[in-house]
Ligand binder design. Structure first.
Ligand SMILES: [Zn+2]
Length: 574
């Protein structure tokens, strides 16, 4: 009997080892990779061209969500990076655009910088930004910080609840700092060198200085951007190298090989813009990320860490050459190699099975109108100058000529534009004894009749409560609207139409952009790869805002306060 009891007790102690925990150990490091401008279809249509160790490893060994769309209309870099790890949209986090008009300040403000902080180390040169839509002087010389972000992110929860460390990296300030919230250990971006701001720290660690001194950022000066896979017939996959509507980048020309000097005589100035607008920009950031993982020992200490990496070159290149170009195909193949290299590094430094990786994007991109037209689609470039001039003239005819505001300049009915937001002149409306509603409604009615305009919503419509189960462009625009920051009207163009985005400079004579609720702008990749997640593709409808829930699950912390989504149902079973 006693023997039996001993045997039974011995059996009991064995139970934990014969029945291992259902859930594997949580990862020591979560890496959230954002490709700035990557449409969800790229990693599907070009998958046969990928190697085994990059995207394909994540697509087959992780959960690959093929039907991932932004649920809001403002598919732009600032809003995307603010949404991914907060799990909510611009209506909650307040990042409605990269730059918007601040009525009280009477000036355009930037989503990720203000004049309260300094660069660390001091600024050398700011990179070119094709998304600048400001009507007032450039804000790119201001040092980055998250003070305009109104929500917490997964990073804030991690910092509050654990000893885990948080670092955000990108070439763009907003790409580096918005995902990692208000209290990261560091955020670094590129302005001719990797830097941060006094919001985060007073000096950079030795490894950042060493990296900047290494000369890597300057080493691309003598390199031309040539085909990554010269043996592959790019023509067969995307058509000819030179297509109508393609731009020339930063003195890079329309076809391969693309020089990387930026037209400069020495590395500096425009040269750095050219590097950022080539796949070398991603390679530079990858090298910096590897140095960061090593120097900061991410995933190699007790608490789980969070690293976000936003690769910006895809966006700068995509704006110039369009999504159906050999350049974007080439950049995507090189992005696959970047992912492979990063995974290899994580395998070596953190250990396979001990880290998790998520991949998504901040937005997609509209095809070049010339490309769409060739396919028989109704597609066009609309002149912003003509549209705005026509609208201003209409308002003057209807509500009267403005008096000269000061000196000889007449005030304007249209005060500022941060497309798709347009801001009317409220002082002028009051002076003319009109109401904002009256002028806004007339303005919206005029715009609705113009060529290329799909729909126009007023601030009043966008501030109305959500209607349950209603999924329309109005719902998507409501999620993009933060009343204190939004315009009087919100303009959505017809699909495949593009418009210049400022009143004074005609842009987009070539190239393309994003920022609409159309599927080519909302569709992005979403992959979750890590311990406990079975591999394979998922057809469940998800959004990039689901990343917040999945990331919190990987990190074993509560979701951020405003996160709107639960774990996708198909994440843990396939
Ligand atoms: Zn962009």
């Amino acid at each position: 009997m006693r023997l039996l009891l001993v045997a039974f007790l011995a059996f009991l102690t064995l139970i934990p080892t014969v029945s291992p925990a259902e859930e594997p150990a949580k990862p020591k490091l979560l890496v959230v990779i954002v490709f700035d401008q990557m449409r969800g279809d790229y990693i599907d249509r070009w998958q046969p061209l990928f190697g085994e160790d990059g995207f394909k490893r994540l697509q087959t060994k992780g959960a690959w969500f093929t039907d991932c769309h932004y649920p809001y209309a403002s598919t732009i870099t600032g809003p995307g990076h603010a949404s991914i790890l907060s799990g909510t949209g611009p209506n909650k986090h307040g990042i409605i655009h990269n730059d918007w008009y601040d009525r009280q300040a009477g000036a355009t403000v930037n989503c990720a910088s203000n004049d309260r902080y300094q660069f660390v180390p001091a600024l050398k040169k700011a990179p070119v930004d094709p998304e600048k839509i400001t009507t007032t002087p450039s804000t790119e010389k201001l040092a980055g910080n998250p003070e305009r972000m109104m929500c917490e992110t997964v990073a804030d929860v991690l910092k509050a609840k654990t000893k885990g460390r948080v670092i955000g990296l990108s070439l763009k300030d907003r790409g580096a700092l918005l995902p990692v919230g208000h209290s990261p250990d560091a955020a670094y971006w590129f302005n001719g060198q990797f830097l941060t701001s006094t919001f985060y720290r007073e000096s950079v660690p030795q490894w950042v200085s060493d990296f900047n001194k290494s000369g890597l950022a300057e080493s691309y000066f003598v390199k031309e951007w040539t085909a990554f896979k010269p043996e592959l017939d790019y023509n067969k996959w995307v058509g000819p190298d030179t297509a109508p509507g393609e731009g020339k980048g930063v003195s890079q020309g329309v076809k391969f090989p693309h020089p990387t000097t930026g037209g400069a005589k020495l590395p500096g100035g425009k040269y750095y813009d050219a590097v950022a607008t080539s796949p070398f920009g991603n390679e530079l950031l990858l090298a910096f990320a590897k140095s960061c993982i090593d120097a900061e020992k991410l995933g190699q200490t007790e608490a789980a860490d969070l690293l976000t990496i936003s690769f910006s070159s895809n966006d700068l290149i995509g704006h110039v050459y369009g999504p159906d170009s050999q350049e974007v195909l080439d950049t995507t193949l090189r992005s696959d190699a970047v992912v492979a290299e990063l995974l290899k590094h994580l395998d070596a430094k953190v250990g396979a099975g001990k880290y998790a990786v998520m991949v998504t994007a901040d937005h997609g991109i509209c095809p070049l109108p010339e490309h769409s037209a060739k396919l028989g689609k109704d597609a066009k470039r609309v002149s912003s100058i003509a549209l705005i001039a026509g609208a201003e003239k209409h308002l003057r005819e209807k509500f009267g000529e403005p008096e000269p505001a000061s000196g000889k300049t007449k005030a304007r009915w249209i005060e500022a534009i941060a497309a798709p937001h347009v801001y009317l002149n409220h002082r002028l409306i009051a002076a003319k004894k009109r109401t904002v509603k009256e002028v806004t409604d007339a303005f919206a009615a005029y715009l609705r009749k113009q060529d290329g305009v799909h729909s126009v919503f007023t601030g009043e419509q966008l501030s109305a409560p959500f209607v349950p189960n209603e999924e329309t462009f109005l719902t998507m625009a409501k999620r993009s609207f933060y009343p204190a920051r939004g315009g009087d009207v919100y303009v959505i163009l017809k699909p495949f139409y593009l418009i210049g985005t400022t009143s004074t400079v005609e842009r987009l004579a070539t190239g393309t952009t994003h920022g609409s609720p159309h599927p080519y702008d909302t569709h992005v990749p979403l992959i979750a790869f890590g311990p406990g997640v079975p591999g394979g593709s998922r057809s469940e409808k998800v959004t990039p805002l689901h990343v917040a829930a999945i990331a919190s699950w990987f990190l074993d912390i509560p979701k951020p306060k405003d996160a709107e989504y639960e774990l996708p149902k198909s994440l843990l079973r396939n």
